[in-house]
Write a protein that binds this ligand. Structure first.
Ligand SMILES: NC(=O)c1ccc[n+]([C@@H]2O[C@H](COP(=O)([O-])OP(=O)(O)OC[C@H]3O[C@@H](n4cnc5c(N)ncnc54)[C@H](O)[C@@H]3O)[C@@H](O)[C@H]2O)c1
Length: 359
């Protein structure tokens, strides 16, 4: 088992990463000082896969456990579902000391996290992420939120968990597409921060896609370490945390103009490539590294282009969505593999150019 410490003063916590960890949750909760009653919030597919075993193990360890289930899907990240959860917690007489365990992917982490942050002005939150994306990204850093209408993550808080337990074994029941989705974020970390992780991906993607536990543990550990370091330096997202948006400026636009038919990981892959091509055209990012990035993205099962993507609409969307000064947008661009910089000097025409013309 590996540990990553998220250093945030009084709000510091540990991320545990390893195989077969879920069944040991009770021990880790006891080590963190929890002894009595717990509420697990999860979604239907995850409950079916892991709910009963987790509940039984926790009961064996002396905890009184209630599972609250919501349907799967982004639509559940809503104030309506949060209100339903508040009502259920009230019916259970959940108290300020009753921990909420968020068992599932990023949707459950964000929703249960939001409920934990607001119910009784905050109850302890434990993240038990079960998707690759949740293990490398959303369970760490304390951003919790629900959506509002079409606006994603519009209502939320910074609320750090007390403990994160990333059980690699749970990743085995994900589809290849869900693994690729999470890999987009891993590639992001490698490009912004960690050239060694990038080389590791180059040599290990095949093993990762075959659910090799050692390889998955390595990429979750290294990614979690990077996220923890960035968050520790900029908890409230005023500065350094911006670099985590690499690939996300264009990615978000791709998701929006395709009504989210293009998934998050695919959209981020397009965004990362476009940003790298922009940097390359500006004479900064090396062309060989661009080729390496293309290869890693493709090997991760992610697209190099989206056929039929309406580039004009995309640029229009970005113009309205982002603060555009003199036809230019703020962007995170790679300087080399392992290092990025932020610039205000990317023109809309250059973005259009790389999206239409590729390299
Ligand atoms: N808070 C943050 O910092 C942050 C960062 C990135 C993304 N997010 C949010 O994360 C969400 C996306 O998360 P996601 O990609 O994990 O999607 P998700 O939570 O919707 O999970 C995807 C699907 O996989 C199922 N699933 C979960 N674990 C499984 C397992 N081990 N085996 C089989 N099926 C499993 C779920 O039931 C769901 O149907 C978005 O709402 C996004 O806004 C938040």
């Amino acid at each position: 088992m590996k540990r990553v410490r998220v250093r945030l003063g009084r709000n510091s916590y540990t991320v545990l990463i390893g195989t077969d960890l879920l069944v040991q949750t009770g021990n880790h909760l006891k080590e963190s000082g929890f002894t009595d009653r717990l509420v697990i919030i999860t979604d239907q597919p995850v409950k079916r896969l892991y709910g009963a075993t987790l509940k039984q193990r926790l009961a064996d360890d002396g905890f009184t456990v209630t599972i609250i289930e919501v349907p799967a899907g982004e639509e559940q990240k809503s104030l309506e579902t949060a209100a339903r959860l508040y009502a259920e917690l009230t019916d259970l007489y959940a108290e300020r000391t009753t921990p909420i365990l968020a068992l599932g992917g990023g949707v459950i982490g964000d929703l249960a996290g939001f409920v934990a942050a607001t119910y009784l002005r905050g109850v302890p939150l434990i993240q038990l992420p079960t998707t690759l994306l949740a293990q490398v990204d959303s369970s760490i850093g304390g951003k919790v939120a629900v959506d509002h209408g079409q606006l994603k993550n519009k209502i939320g808080a910074f609320y750090q968990p007390r403990l994160v337990i990333s059980d690699i074994t749970t990743l085995k029941t994900l589809s290849p597409g869900e693994i690729s989705d999470g890999l987009a974020e891993v590639i992001k970390y490698a490009v912004i921060w960690d050239e060694e992780l990038f080389s590791y991906l180059e040599s290990s993607l095949d093993r990762i896609k075959q659910f090799d536990e050692k390889a998955l543990e390595t990429i979750v550990f290294r990614s979690a370490r990077i996220k923890a370091e960035v968050v520790a330096k900029d908890e409230r997202d005023f500065g350094l945390r911006n670099i985590l948006n690499y690939g996300h400026t264009i990615g978000h636009a791709v998701e929006s103009i395709t009504d989210f038919k293009v998934g998050h990981g695919q959209a981020v892959a397009i965004g990362m490539l476009a940003a790298a091509r922009i940097s390359s055209k500006l004479g900064i990012f090396d062309r060989n590294d661009l080729a390496r990035l293309e290869e890693v993205i493709e090997s991760a099962g992610l697209p190099l282009e989206i056929p039929g993507l309406d580039v004009k609409k995309l640029v229009q969307f970005m113009k309205h969505d982002k603060k555009v000064a003199r036809g230019k947008i703020r962007f995170v661009l790679p300087r080399s593999i392992g290092e990025v910089f932020i610039t205000d000097e990317v023109s809309l025409s250059l973005i259009e150019n790389v999206l239409v013309g590729g390299r």
